[in-house]
Design a protein around this ligand. Structure first.
Ligand code: TMP
Length: 213
């Protein structure tokens, strides 16, 4: 590839269910493409055949599901395949990667309330993905009642094992993400996600560093 080609930028969108991450991922990709960038959108768990198979496994287990440590390993394994096969090669060829959830989801869900501590989650990430971090992580924050309302509209009573939870769950998730953003203000941008999609998109564009192409 040409020597002048610079590495792509890696942007993760984080937040609870119903925050609007996937809508915003697509809006951001369109805008960046219009600015002349090569962009790929992807999601976790998933993004490669192996990682999508792990996603299906995680969502399909009946009853209590996996033990928290087993679940953390599965998310880390899915991420490892995703980084190795899709994210790292795309960045290397100059493509920008927009990812719906990344390591901070494991820190919030498997750490935080989930029974592992943050160092353990980051240890799995070091093994699986050589500790790769996004260049920028947009934390999209919505109130618990708004998240519950949106999920009821989206899923009706089809909510899956992980997604179909009540307002108390959404409040706990929000409480798990916020300190991550506070601890790394340089890597995170906090986005108010309570507004409509266009307004949230504008906030996301405003949060892109001025120095970026
Ligand atoms: P989503 O595709 O609707 O965001 O659902 C994925 C679910 O998986 C969501 O409830 C968050 C959860 N999750 C984790 O618990 N840990 C992780 O590392 C990731 C990526 C997702």
């Amino acid at each position: 590839r040409p020597v002048h080609m610079s590495r792509g930028r890696f942007i993760a969108l984080e937040g609870g269910e119903g925050a609007g991450k996937s809508t915003q991922a697509h809006l951001l990709a369109e805008t960046l493409r219009a600015r002349g960038h090569q962009v790929v959108t992807t999601r976790e768990p998933g993004g490669t055949p192996g990682a999508e198979a792990i996603r299906a496994l995680l969502l399909s287990v009946e009853g209590e599901g996996f033990h928290p440590r087993a679940e953390a390993l599965l998310f880390a394994a899915a991420r490892s395949d995703h980084v190795e096969r899709l994210i790292a090669p795309a960045l290397a060829e100059g493509t920008w990667v927009i990812c719906d959830r990344f390591i901070d989801s494991s820190r919030a869900y498997q750490g935080g309330g989930g029974g592992l501590d943050d160092a353990e989650v980051m240890g799995l990430h070091a093994i699986g993905s050589l500790g790769l971090l996004p260049d920028l992580t947009m934390l999209i924050e919505v109130s618990a009642p708004e998240a519950t309302r949106r999920l009821a509209l989206r899923d009706g009573d089809q909510a899956d094992r992980i997604g179909g939870r009540g307002e108390a769950h959404h409040a706990r998730v929000a409480c798990a993400f916020a300190p991550l953003a506070e601890a790394e203000p340089g890597r995170f941008a906090r986005i108010d996600g309570n507004a409509g999609p266009d307004e949230v998109h504008a906030s996301i564009l405003a949060a892109l560093p001025d120095a970026w192409p």
